[in-house]
Design a protein around this ligand. Structure first.
Ligand SMILES: [Zn+2]
Length: 381
């Protein structure tokens, strides 16, 4: 087994809408620091990201949108254009040099792709990516350029790969889904909180693709307040059915951790246990179907103090390390504890002292089971 690679550089932290915006790439540095201080990551496994070129961005993004983002980053895009490119919202406002900063995130994911496709590693992790709401011609939901969609099209055109996209963020992976909705060369899979009360509102089990892509989009919308057991069951059963049907050459997984019960933006109730299981199952799938080839990216996660422990699990599953137990390294605690205005997590696992009993548990689990049954019936039809 080749050593997995980890893409990181401080330049990736500059993707920042403003100082109070919930999307905060400080999570990348914190995760890198946690992995280093716990002795599981050293500099020989870290590779530097490169920026994506305009040509690479144009694999999925419209040229006029890219030009618009460049101008918006210089403050010279007219207001009506700002609106048409989705850059006038509170969620996804324009910021200085946004083109240059956004293309670094895409380049980071492409650096992970190149590392795997050039045979330097079987598995690579680039936590800066996972901007799954970006559309071909419009920014949306904290996402400007859609790194994963660019990476998928890059894998298709440059390396002739059939790509399985696996999205476990709390929000539907709409941007990636719509970009590949009509092709049978990419399968998009997204398990997420139902769109009933959550952005972007799509991702119903009936969204299955169109034309030759029919059957190549898979959606598992789960109920608000879903807990570990029901989530893990839905995830494993549906993902293994989807992969078995598609038989991909490579997997790219999006690892938003905003389904965690302490996340302020969503209504799911997963604990650290799910985040131990998710990447380990994806690793198993990669070993079984793609000769281990797996690229993982980040995604949502808005209680940023929780994210480093949860994202570390992706790296542990790549290097074949069991989930650590007990207290986080003192060095990490010392470095970050004082800056944390909310409850700081001291252990690898959740302490669950603030976990509230879910009253409708049985009803939620039954609903998820019936969604799962429908999805599997679609996959196998
Ligand atoms: Zn999300």
């Amino acid at each position: 087994m080749k050593k997995p690679l980890f893409v990181y550089d401080d330049s990736l932290l500059k993707y920042r809408f403003n100082s109070t915006h919930p999307f905060n790439q400080m999570r990348l540095k914190m995760t890198t620091d946690l992995l280093k201080s716990s002795g599981f990551l050293d500099d020989s496994s870290i590779i530097q990201p490169r920026p994506a070129s305009d040509e690479e961005l144009m694999l999925v993004h419209k040229p006029d949108f890219i030009e618009g983002v460049k101008l918006a980053g210089k403050g010279s895009l007219p207001p009506e254009k700002m609106e048409s490119y989705g850059l006038n919202t509170e969620d996804t406002p324009a910021f200085d040099h946004m083109h240059e900063k956004s293309k670094m995130l895409v380049g980071a994911t492409l650096s992970a792709v190149d590392a795997v496709m050039e045979g330097r590693a079987d598995k690579a992790l680039s936590l800066a990516g996972g901007l799954h709401h970006g559309f071909s011609g419009r920014a949306s939901g904290f996402c400007i350029y859609n790194d994963s969609a660019v990476a998928i099209e890059y894998l298709r055109t440059k390396y002739n790969q059939r790509v399985m996209y696996v999205d476990t963020d709390a929000h539907h992976g709409d941007g990636v889904q719509w970009i590949f909705y009509d092709t049978n060369q990419v399968m998009t899979y997204s398990i997420h909180e139902t769109g009933r009360y959550l952005f972007p509102g799509t991702g119903s089990v009936t969204e299955r693709g169109t034309e030759s892509g029919f059957g190549f989009a898979v959606n598992i919308p789960i109920d608000a307040f879903t807990e570990d057991e029901s989530f893990i069951q839905s995830f494993k059963a549906s993902l293994s059915a989807a992969i078995e049907k598609f038989k991909p050459d490579i997997i790219i997984s999006q690892n938003g951790v905003d389904s965690h019960y302490r996340d302020p933006m969503t209504h799911l109730a997963l604990t650290s246990r799910s985040y131990e299981e998710i990447p380990r199952f994806v690793a198993q799938m990669a070993d079984k179907y793609t000769q281990g080839k797996w690229i993982a990216v980040g995604g949502g996660g808005y209680n940023i103090w929780q994210v480093p422990r949860l994202w570390s699990q992706i790296w542990f599953s790549m290097i074949g390390e069991a989930p650590p137990r007990g207290r986080l390294p003192e060095e990490f605690i010392y470095q970050y504890e004082d800056r944390c205005p909310v409850d700081f997590p001291y252990d690898w696992e959740d302490d669950l002292n603030d976990y509230k009993e879910i009253p409708r548990r049985h009803e939620i689990n039954e609903k998820n089971q019936s969604t799962l049954d429908r999805a599997i019936m679609h996959i196998e039809s």
